[in-house]
Design a protein around this ligand. Structure first.
Ligand code: NDP
Length: 283
């Protein structure tokens, strides 16, 4: 039976360190680290994510500035708010919760956030930095995935990591981070022919697809580390992209859903914000 990688526990322990760092910042500079969280409209899942992020800020002593904008907010006004937050000296990180309503251009809005304040690590400058191996803010979910894998004590270098999914916010950056840890990386996606033939080769398998229980037990290499990013709601219940019941019989380590990747995503957001705050002071 696989050992469970407890994302909640790991997240709680990292948050203790982050609280100490946030306190050190406040003592050094006379104000709290600040994170602005901008939500547009009433997407159900987004409401929960934003609430969790604000609660997490409070836990570690980061000040949150919450902006809840109406569904019909104009792009001009949203960009003006981003400009204001870019110039606000009390704000160290800015997060615009995705998805935005269809009339708003997500790319344009994300590009407007100053890269130094891009708490999510989605700005093109940070994405480019990740690609080139330059210092940058890393996207939260992939950064959390690396921490979860490392928490098992297993070495990443030399392992074959298979990432299923190639989105800009999870799959692609996760593959880049695994590569920078010297894994040999395969990326699979919706056009991959015979997915199982790849996943069966994975020492480390990351599933970031968005299809309930797509990855079955017979698609997993015995002893693999399995990271399930998926969050698929069905009849009020949350399911991962991995069939947990089957996978735990084959894998060596596995993240549960919920309680695996999710809590780490929020924790990495706080880490990014606190690091940004210190970096700005250093100039
Ligand atoms: P996207 O929908 O943006 O990307 C999904 C990816 O999966 C695409 O690259 C797509 O391929 C690929 N894909 C779709 N169908 C298949 C298939 N049958 N076989 C192989 N690959 C397939 O999703 P996200 O990356 O944003 O999110 C993925 C999942 O992770 C979702 O369930 C989401 O809710 C969850 N999530 C969880 C987070 C957390 O904190 N726990 C954070 C972010 C996301 P193609 O590119 O060809 O279309």
């Amino acid at each position: 039976m696989a050992e469970i990688i407890d994302g909640k526990a790991l997240s709680a322990s990292i948050k203790e360190d982050l609280a100490a760092e946030a306190k050190r910042y406040e003592e050094s500079y006379g104000r709290k680290v600040g994170l602005a969280v901008v939500k547009v409209g009433h997407d159900g899942a987004s409401e929960v994510y934003v609430r969790n992020k604000i609660a997490a800020c409070e836990k570690v002593g980061v000040r949150s500035f919450a902006y809840e904008l109406p569904e019909d907010e104009s792009e001009e006004d949203l960009l003006a708010l981003v400009d204001k937050l870019n110039d606000d000296e009390e704000v160290d990180g800015i997060l615009v919760q995705l998805p935005l309503p269809a009339h708003l251009n997500e790319k344009k809005v994300l590009a407007r956030i100053r890269p130094e304040k891009d708490a999510d690590g989605f700005h093109v400058v940070n994405a480019g930095g990740l690609m080139l191996g330059l210092p940058c803010t890393k996207p939260c979910t992939p950064a959390g995935i690396i921490e979860l894998i490392k928490s098992t004590g297993a070495k990443i270098a030399g392992k074959h990591a298979v990432v299923v999914g190639r989105s800009n916010i999870v799959g692609k950056p996760c593959a880049m981070l695994l590569l920078s840890e010297n894994a040999t990386v395969t990326i699979c996606h919706s056009r991959t022919v015979d997915l199982a033939s790849y996943t069966r080769q994975a020492d480390i398998l990351v599933a970031a697809v968005g299809i309930k229980q797509l990855i079955k037990g017979d698609m997993i290499k015995p002893g693999a580390i399995v990271i399930d990013v998926g969050m698929n709601r069905d009849n009020g219940k949350l399911y991962g992209d991995v069939d947990f019941g089957e996978a735990e019989k084959v894998a060596s380590y596995i993240t549960p859903v919920p309680g695996g990747v999710g809590p780490m995503t929020v924790t990495m957001l706080l880490k990014n914000t606190i690091e940004s705050a210190f970096r700005c002071r250093k100039g």
